[in-house]
Design a protein around this ligand. Structure first.
Ligand SMILES: [Zn+2]
Ligand SMILES: [Zn+2]
Length: 249
């Protein structure tokens, strides 16, 4: 499927990118997962059965490892305390079942309806778990080479939607990835950290001094990439950095 994306030209990608914010008025509303017709018109959604079956975490997870259940989104399990730059983690659900299907549809098949739906759910979750505790929304950046092959940055589209829904300003290009890192799949945490260290930087002229930043990504795996983002933002004076991700792998 990613190869199909690569085959699409930059112009087509740009057009699809621009269409992300628009409502699709032609197609009658259907469930994003099973395709069953929906009774209610409006934003993209799931049928009640798919909605019920969507895997989700009932409790906040440790902001460090994303594994241990903790009391709040700003909490860490004992071994993770003091080990990260980030201050919190909000995540919708495990990377399986309907959550994984929606992420794949969005990321590899450019199903922007699925992206909007996930962003909406994540924004609601962040509001419930954090209240109004961020000033800025910043996506995890993609290297331009990967951006060219995929046609869009899924984290940036999620962040844009979350910004719109929460009313918090979006700094879409605050972070840039200057080094094209290899895929982190199959690497352990130490290798992942080494791989992403120094791969990103804060764009010149961007100020996050004293601001509370929500860093948005699609899938939280080891946290190495988001951690590098948080480290840079903290070093630049951000007062608090929280990671919001659709799924935890
Ligand atoms: Zn359904
Ligand atoms: Zn932990």
């Amino acid at each position: 499927m990613p190869r199909l994306e690569e085959a699409l030209g930059a112009a087509a990608a740009k057009a699809r990118n621009a269409a992300f914010g628009l409502l699709d008025l032609v197609v009658p509303p259907v469930c994003l997962l099973c395709g069953e017709g929906l009774e209610r018109e409006g934003e993209e959604s799931l049928c009640p059965a798919c909605d019920d079956g969507l895997p989700s975490f009932s409790r906040p997870l440790c902001a460090g490892c994303g594994g241990a259940p903790v009391r709040s989104a700003l909490d860490f399990c004992p071994p993770c305390r003091g080990t990260c730059s980030r201050d919190g983690l909000v995540v919708l659900g495990p990377f399986k079942g309907g959550v994984r299907d929606l992420v794949h549809a969005f990321k590899y098949r450019a199903d922007f309806g699925a992206g909007r739906y996930l962003a909406r759910r994540l924004a609601m979750r962040a509001a419930v778990e954090l209240g109004q505790c961020c000033d800025l929304v910043v996506p995890v950046p993609l290297h331009r080479r990967r951006l060219r092959s995929r046609g869009f940055n899924q984290a940036a589209l999620l962040a844009r939607r979350i910004s719109k829904q929460t009313g918090r300003p979006l700094l879409a290009r605050a972070l840039e990835r200057r080094i094209h890192t290899r895929s982190l799949t199959g690497l352990d945490l130490r290798e992942r950290k080494r791989e992403v260290r120094g791969a990103m930087n804060l764009r010149r002229g961007v100020s996050v001094e004293g601001r509370r930043v929500l860093v948005v990504d699609d899938v939280f795996t080891s946290g190495a990439t988001t951690e590098e983002c948080c480290r840079i933002l903290k070093r630049a004076g951000a007062s608090r950095v929280i990671v919001a991700a659709v799924a935890r792998a």
